[in-house]
Design a protein around this ligand. Structure first.
Ligand code: NAP
Length: 359
């Protein structure tokens, strides 16, 4: 590959495989492939042996779910993978070796040096440097980078401190069902007993249940730290996160404190965010109306608001945001990456950027 080579997808109807088609993200991928009229010539649905043989309707066709196998990837152009890290680790290399581009929603390859970690609005050129696998970032990280990137492009960013309010859907389809069921149990006067999440989320919240690390942070928090640095190309950005699961069915929220190297006028930040791709401003101070998960559920944009000067630090801003993490935080971002690889103008810009960087 020369320095200006970019790896696009062929411009013809594509053979697409959705790995994890029965899951929360897989279902959203299927909805979006149809909604966005992605050029699907053939669709292969893959899931675990538990679902193999079941049928799903997509775009007027009844399709049978298949178990994953090497043969299933023959002739596939794009694999949209959302079946968890261990499944991706096993099958993404097999699919890539068979000639497919794998866009992977799991964390299996995100921090690998040779694997692009892409948010199309933030670092689109990276997508074209893939070697068969492109990683879709962590959901809370995707949402946050949409707000950070336009601000970082204007003034040097020094430090980010974020607290998240993450919905049940972040833990998959079964966690959503559990929250609904256990909420009914509580309302009926019963004792909620969880089996999907470690504790009942009904009328409750708890710190994110991903594995704790030696430094006291959980894995989800460190994903936000490391992936944000990689996506934004800011390896030294100081960043700290606290991730919390809250009893919301779908869509995550985040309170972000962003410190710059100099003061950032609030009005300027507001204008930048209002005009930023993938971002919507919901902000009415007169009626105390700011983004809520219900504003973004089932929708594409990340809603930001309550942008204000940090009272304790003249160089810092406070920003609140909500985003549908199954959509922009997972399925939509993955499909946007595939769309990017089909866009000749994006490929030309990536080639130019690569040539410029190596000149
Ligand atoms: P989910 O609702 O639990 O769905 C998991 C999917 O993986 C199902 O289709 C399941 O098939 C399939 N699967 C499980 N084991 C398999 C195996 N051994 N072989 C083949 N398929 C298998 O989970 P999800 O929330 O959609 O998450 C899927 C992935 O996306 C995870 O890596 C997750 O971290 C990531 N992600 C999720 C979100 C989110 O907001 N939920 C956001 C970003 C990234 P069966 O139905 O047959 O079991």
């Amino acid at each position: 590959m020369t320095s200006t080579d970019v790896r696009s997808l062929p411009s013809r109807p594509l053979h697409v495989a959705v790995l994890g088609a029965t899951g929360a993200v897989g279902q959203e991928l299927l909805t979006l492939l149809q909604e966005r009229a992605f050029p699907v010539g053939q669709l292969t649905l893959l899931a675990s042996p538990r679902s193999a043989g079941q049928t799903l309707e997509w775009n007027g066709q009844v399709l049978t779910i298949q178990p994953v196998s090497a043969e299933a990837f023959a002739g596939v152009d794009v694999v949209l993978a959302s079946a968890g890290g261990s499944v991706s680790k096993q099958w993404a290399p097999v699919a890539a070796a068979a000639g497919a581009v794998v866009i992977d929603n799991s964390s299996a390859f995100r921090m690998d040096a040779g694997v692009p970690l892409v948010v199309p609005e933030v670092n689109p050129h990276e997508a074209f440097r893939h070697q068969g696998v492109i990683a879709n970032p962590n959901c809370t990280t995707i949402l946050m980078t949409l707000a950070l990137a336009p601000l970082a492009a204007r003034r040097a960013m020094r430090r980010v401190v974020v607290s998240t309010y993450q919905s049940a859907s972040g833990a998959g389809a079964r966690a959503m069902e559990e929250l609904s069921e256990l909420s009914r149990t509580v309302l009926d006067g019963g004792t909620p007993m969880s089996s999907v999440l470690p504790y009942s989320l009904a009328f409750n919240l708890f710190l994110h249940n991903s594995p704790l690390q030696d430094n006291g942070y959980c894995e989800e928090e460190l994903k936000m730290v490391n992936e944000t640095r990689k996506i934004m190309g800011l390896p030294d950005l100081r960043i700290s996160a606290t991730c919390v699961r809250v009893p919301v069915l779908r869509a995550h929220s985040e309170a972000i404190n962003i410190e710059f190297c100099e003061p950032f006028p609030v009005e300027e930040a507001r204008t930048l965010l209002k005009d930023a791709p993938g971002v919507e401003l919901i902000e009415d101070f007169s009626s105390n109306r700011f983004p809520m998960p219900t504003d973004v559920t089932g929708r594409d944009p990340v809603a930001v608001g309550r942008i204000r000067q940090d009272l304790s630090e003249p160089n810092a801003l406070e920003v609140w945001l909500c985003g549908d993490q199954i959509r922009k935080g997972a399925a939509l971002n993955a499909i946007q990456i595939a769309e990017l690889l089909l866009d000749p103008a994006a490929a030309a810009a990536a080639a130019q950027a690569t040539a410029g960087a190596s000149a």
